[in-house]
Design a protein around this ligand. Structure first.
Ligand SMILES: [Zn+2]
Length: 288
């Protein structure tokens, strides 16, 4: 959520502030906006119920926009939002891989050229042309949001390449296309620790979105555990609850290991990216 037209990144995928207010009007009209605490109470106390047509508002990744635009608007309307920042970029002032890619794509005017550069780099780092071709052909171009080229860049830099190559290539492309230090960019893009604390003190809910924003289903049990523990340390520091808390899975991805860790850590609600209405089932609260 931000003012996008006329900004430094007019091509960024985001929600114009005016449209955000329209969305809130619509949701407030049709649904009862509930608080995180209502959902938590519902999860731990089987006797409680939620209002009819409950709607729960969430904001992921801890962007600066959330304190500049979202917080004042929610306060004005006297409703609560739930915020799920990943802790690593806030603590280390680095960029989430997904955001680095997003801004590379928003700054790039010739996607074909970008893909050529990406592939050349991959080959330099020892990826074979065969693998590259296979990947290109494996992409499903009926993606909900992106065309094949965009999906290819995202898939390569988010998941397909080995981590080390991925981050080197991403850094190179970020420097070339965005041309700002990632540290300065991170400080501008994400909330500071103090701002996350402010969300809590202003009555908003802050929950976990892991530490590094990895796809949990692709991480080992140990790595997932570390990711969740580090984010809980962060939540504790900024004054958010770490007992009966809410997890929002990065990219909506999780597996049985994630669920077992969350049960042990007293997480009561887990948010996925499932699309649709009426997903609220008591026995599936870790997979909403
Ligand atoms: Zn996220």
């Amino acid at each position: 959520v931000r003012e996008i037209i006329g900004s430094k990144f007019p091509n960024i995928k985001g929600l114009e502030f005016a449209n955000f207010k329209n969305q809130l009007d619509y949701l407030q009209n049709k649904y009862s906006i509930i608080k995180a605490e209502d959902l938590i109470e519902y999860a731990i106390n089987k006797k409680t119920s939620l209002p009819k047509n409950p709607c729960y508002l969430t904001f992921d990744d801890g962007y600066k926009d959330h304190i500049e635009y979202v917080l004042p608007e929610l306060k004005k309307r006297k409703i609560q939002g739930s915020f799920f920042p990943a802790s690593k970029p806030i603590i280390n002032h680095d960029l989430l891989n997904t955001n680095a890619i997003q801004f590379i794509l928003a700054s790039c005017e010739n996607l074909e050229k970008l893909i050529k550069e990406l592939n050349t780099k991959c080959i330099e780092y020892g990826v074979s042309e065969d693998e590259i071709n296979k990947l290109w052909l494996s992409i499903d171009d009926r993606d909900r949001f992106d065309n094949r080229s965009v999906t290819y860049v995202k898939r390569m830099l988010q998941r397909e390449l080995p981590e080390e190559i991925r981050s080197k290539v991403t850094d190179m492309l970020f420097e070339k296309y965005v041309g700002v230090s990632q540290k300065d960019f991170s400080i501008d893009l994400y909330l500071s620790k103090e701002e996350v604390s402010q969300l809590v003190s202003e009555g908003m809910y802050v929950g976990s979105h892991s530490h590094s924003h990895y796809w949990m289903n692709e991480e080992s049990l140990e790595s997932q555990k570390k990711e969740i523990e580090l984010s809980l340390v962060f939540l504790d520091k900024i004054g958010a609850p770490t007992k009966d808390w809410i997890m929002c899975y990065p990219n909506g991805a999780y597996n049985d290991d994630t669920l077992s860790i969350l049960r042990k850590k007293k997480c009561v609600v887990g948010l996925t990216c499932n699309v649709g209405h009426g997903l609220l089932k008591r026995h599936k609260l870790l997979e909403l």
